[in-house]
Design a protein around this ligand. Sequence first.
Ligand SMILES: Cc1ncc(COP(=O)(O)O)c(C=O)c1O
Length: 373
Amino acid sequence: MSDLLRKSLRAFTPYKPGTTVDEVRRTYGIAQPIKLSQNENPLGTSPRALQALHGVDALSVYFEDDHRALKTRLAERYGLGPQSVILGHGSNELVQLAFTAFVDPADEVVMAQPSFGLFKKDAAIFAARAVEVPLRDGVHDLDAMLRAVTARTKLVFVCDPNNPTGTRVEPEAFERFAAALSPDVLLVIDQAYREFMDAGATDGVDILKRRPTTLVLRTASKIWGLAAVRFGYGYTSPEIARPMNSVRLPFNVARPAAVAVLAALDDVDFIERSLENNERGKRYLYGEFARLGLRAYPTAANFIAVEVEVEADAAYQALLERGIIVRSGDGLGMPGRLRISIGTPDENAAFIRELEALVAGWRGRVAEVGTVG
Ligand SMILES: Cc1ncc(COP(=O)(O)O)c(C=O)c1O
């Protein structure tokens, strides 16, 4: 039986999603846990998308495969044509399609460490070699990544903003890197959190316009609050989109997802409210971290990676028992830090209340040990 499994998967660890609200209810008997672990939209779903979802009809027929109208709408935002847009069952599927279309076993893929875990997972599935380049001061070390590229490199991932650190790359450095990278390599810029970035940040599509072997990934999961409908989209050149499209499953984007996204695109009010909430939460949390003497990376996204003074898993567990679900950096290649999604003002305040109590406990213990010793 063990011989049945592909060799590349024998030492493979599957993706571990974060703890769910239901698990915390069941395990700790907490009625209303607060989930700040999956970088979701704390305001919920775009009301326009919700309304459109209520009217979804014609579910008995296979919906159109090409989604021409939707692709045209997404392309128009950047003055591109629909053949430059590729759609997926979440942007995660688009990462997998890039591997399916371009990566042979033993090819190399370059990525930062830590970065979004899916890149490395897909490398394992496709028996490719993941070349991980450590971040420098929490940011992609683009010079080192360039040096890591060889004749076997097929994909280079830049996650901007980076998950799990939240940090972003400086636009000038990004431009220089993109210009220096061989045109035979597909540059995959994962911008799942693009909408949360400041005005001075890189828009991957600007890089694509100068460098056609580029794939810019976006998602409906975050800013529109549509994680459950599973919809991601990518901007690329028609030469890249064509092979990716040829290997995807037919009808990979469900009709409800397409309908919801078409409505969410026009929901300016929801997008503005989501961004305001994020900015306000960010200011509050950085203020509180400073007050508590905890250091955090500057974020360009809707989550913050903060340093704790105990093992990250221990801090995560202690918060969990108090009804606050965050992500431990231990499992994300970021030991000593927690990744906290920015929530509503009430959620953020509840998190800080519990964190402050824990910090006092840790410091009390350290002081006690110090006295005794
Ligand atoms: C870097 C990054 N890319 C993509 C996604 C979202 O993927 P999807 O569009 O499949 O929901 C996430 C979500 O957590 C992410 O952090």
